[in-house]
Design a protein around this ligand. Sequence first.
Ligand code: SF4
Ligand code: MG
Length: 315
Amino acid sequence: RQEGWLDRRLRALGLGEAPAITHAVDHVDLQVQPGEVVGLVGESGCGKSTLGRIAAGLLAPSEGEVRVDGQDLAQMDDRARLAARLKVQMVFQDPFGSLNPRLRVARIVGEAARLHGLTDAAGEDDYVCAQLERAGLDPSLRHRYPHQFSGGQRQRIGIARALAVQPRMLVCDEAVAALDVSIQAQILNLFMDLREQLGLAYLFISHDLGVIEHLCDRVVVMYLGRVVESAPVEELFANPRHPYTRALLQEIPRIDARRAQFAPIRGEIPSPLSPPSGCHFHPRCPQVMDRCRTEVPQLRGIAIRHQSACHLDAL
Ligand code: SF4
Ligand code: MG
């Protein structure tokens, strides 16, 4: 695709390039309630990051709607759309790649808030200090540059930058995956404290079962651009229904589950650019039937708040 506003915006924010190919996300209906923590899981290439970027307003879907507080972004005027986009902020895996190395932390954290009128030039310094404190970083370090911080501290800078625009929801894309385990725990605790203090909602994209099981209220499982299962977290772990979810959760001894990653699944994940017909999972599914090769299974309710998209559920 052509360079567009997203590339320019990402560059302006110091967030680097947009992905050259955006993986298809197909018929996905995802809602996150205020204060809810939704986990989004699946192998890489399944569209999780694309969906996260769409939710954060960094990518516009070619079809469909993104609603913030019930309002469709596409129907808003530019000013309202910008304000709505601020309500959903992204926290990235690589805080270093997402922080402009030439800017001091004070500017990284304060700039967007000032541009959007959440603070003024006179109040900006105090405002920045307050955001850094909320993110657990010593405000006296605010005149340093990103490279002068550790990975965990840089992630706190990224979080302070997100908080500075007063979001209602954070989209965390593998936000702790690059950190040491002990630092991961600190950052995850910070996310949960912020949820309590600010009522923040989260869309938590992770391949780490421990992170998902301990943080999330609800889990959404994606495969090649489609949601295949969605359930409250206890229900999903106790009662996975879709063969893909079962494969993901399979053969992980419970005692190791806290730090385990999802199980490898037989067969290669097909290219998202030319997914298999019918049920995308059919070439890898141990329970594949004839109709799976031609008919797309619809996501349907199988229990309270539990949905799955598999022809086995329609038998
Ligand atoms: Fe397997 Fe068929 Fe269900 Fe797809 S629809 S997960 S191929 S049984
Ligand atoms: Mg990804």
